[in-house]
Design a protein around this ligand. Structure first.
Ligand code: MV4
Length: 448
């Protein structure tokens, strides 16, 4: 039994977790930095504890300070949200050592999936298709070249400690390898403290489709279907939906079976996501596993009618999964648009400031997950997500129509936002037809 949850996060996701806690009669503790004294998430919680200066390193990423806050706030469990410490196995382990229940998977699972070559190995061993590539990391450009010759160009170099696209480089032939290797390795070293790389076959304009999974301590594993997440810019998703449009039934079936097999093989407990690349020929390949609740979880909740955060809390406290696979039906269609304080006219430059007038739509099939209100400060220190707009309907067409109308009704003054860009996406014929891939934004599909 969980009595009090501390949410080691801020903004809309902290508020989302607090809502689930209230539903279960669980008390809540917020943490906040000096920049977040007046933030909405602080007011939502039963108690709030200051954890330090605005820079995340000194507050939301400070493990010791958060454990102290849990003691001060009388929490017996910690929900990490997404980002920040959510996929830091040392944090999960520190919670365990401090006698706090971590609402998420084991530190061992987080660690294994955080090492991208280890994740590839474990998934391949479980029969999950992975992108053809080097089994191990390569130590230098020479080794990378040998691996690439085997795989066939073009290839892509990726950081073993990576994820999220940092330290990635496409290489079209052997001559480009030395420079590409040096650049990718240097970036990986700077971002993750580890410069080792591995090599994969480069897939041209793939789709990004991911499968939501859930495991419990008794070993039951289920999937909650897929999400299409190809509309990304510099590895930041902007639009997600479920079901994935135009996904061949055989591919969908293969993805969910693979996700279940991979999840079972690693004894995974709590909510997780397996990301796949899907190519034009219907080939699908495991990319990485996210060992956290994801930003885009609401689209899955809308299509299935299930509450993922409530289930995270239940499963973390040792209860069996409340759902049988046959009961988890993709009944509706849902789409999420992320409204960031970024200026799409200036290459999505962050646009910090104070939110002025704020008008958010409401109505049938419309759900808002917001971290701000009029007067809220948008700091340079954090991810500038303002709110998520989620539209659902009986069909994709109905969900899209509701989204288009809702986007038109949003008014945000004081900061630049991604709203104009999102309206372009919803007006794009290729997008409306469900013909999407991961390079669309870079190729300018939504410009003007
Ligand atoms: C790839 C790829 C093509 N081929 N791997 C980007 C984020 C990281 N998780 C993996 N990524 C990619 N890996 C191979 N072998 C293309 C991408 C990629 C991408 C993937 C998902 C969503 C958006 C993307 C945008 C550009 C590149």
């Amino acid at each position: 039994m969980i009595r009090t949850v501390l949410v080691a996060n801020r903004g809309e996701i902290a508020r989302r977790v607090f809502r689930a806690c209230r539903q279960l009669g669980i008390k809540t503790v917020a943490v906040y930095s000096e920049a977040d004294r007046d933030a909405l998430h602080v007011r939502d919680a039963d108690r709030a504890v200051a954890i330090g200066p605005a820079p995340a390193r000194e507050s939301y990423l400070n493990i010791e300070r958060i454990l102290e806050a849990a003691r001060e706030g009388g929490a017996d469990a910690v929900h990490p949200g997404y980002g920040f410490l959510s996929e830091n196995w040392r944090f999960a382990e520190a919670c365990r050592r401090a006698g706090l229940l971590f609402i998420g998977p084991s530190p061992e699972a987080i660690k294994a999936m955080g090492d991208k070559t280890e994740a590839r190995r474990l998934m391949a061993a479980a029969g999950v298709p992975v992108v053809p590539g080097s089994a191990e990391t390569v130590v230098d450009a020479g080794e990378a070249e040998i691996a690439a010759r085997d795989i066939g160009y073009p290839v892509i170099l990726k950081a073993a400690a990576g994820g999220g696209g940092i330290g990635m480089a496409r290489v079209d032939g052997p001559k480009a390898m030395p420079t590409a290797f040096a650049t990718a390795s240097r970036r990986a070293q700077a971002a993750f403290g580890r410069g080792d790389l591995y090599v994969e076959k480069y897939l041209d304009r793939p789709r990004h489709v991911e499968v939501q999974i859930f495991g419990d301590a008794a070993g039951t594993v289920v999937h909650l279907h897929e999400r299409e997440c190809s509309i990304q810019r510099r590895h930041q998703k902007l639009v997600e939906e479920s079901p994935a449009p135009n996904l061949a039934p055989a591919v969908k079936d293969g993805l969910t079976r693979a996700a279940l097999a991979g999840t079972r093989a690693i004894g995974y407990v709590n909510a997780g996501t397996l990301e796949f690349l899907v190519d034009a020929a219907g080939g699908y390949y495991f990319l990485e596993m996210n060992t956290r609740l994801q930003v885009e979880h609401p689209v899955t909740e809308e299509v299935t009618g299930l509450d993922l955060v409530v289930e995270q809390l239940r499963v973390a406290s040792g209860e069996r999964l409340a759902w049988r696979q046959e009961e988890i039906v993709q009944r509706r269609a849902a789409i999420e648009c992320r409204v960031y304080a970024e200026d799409p006219a200036k290459g999505f430059l962050p646009s910090p400031g104070t939110v002025g007038k704020l008008a958010l739509p409401s109505g049938e099939g419309i759900r808002i997950e917001s971290g701000v209100e009029a007067g809220s400060a948008v700091s340079v220190h954090y991810d500038p997500l303002l709110f998520k707009l989620v539209a659902s309907g009986a069909t994709r067409a109905e969900a899209l129509a509701r989204m288009a109308e809702a986007l038109g009704a949003c008014v945000v003054e004081g900061v630049r936002t991604t709203l104009p860009f999102l309206r372009q996406v919803l007006a794009n014929p290729e997008f409306v037809a469900g013909r999407v891939h991961t390079q669309m934004i870079e190729q300018g599909a939504f410009n003007g």
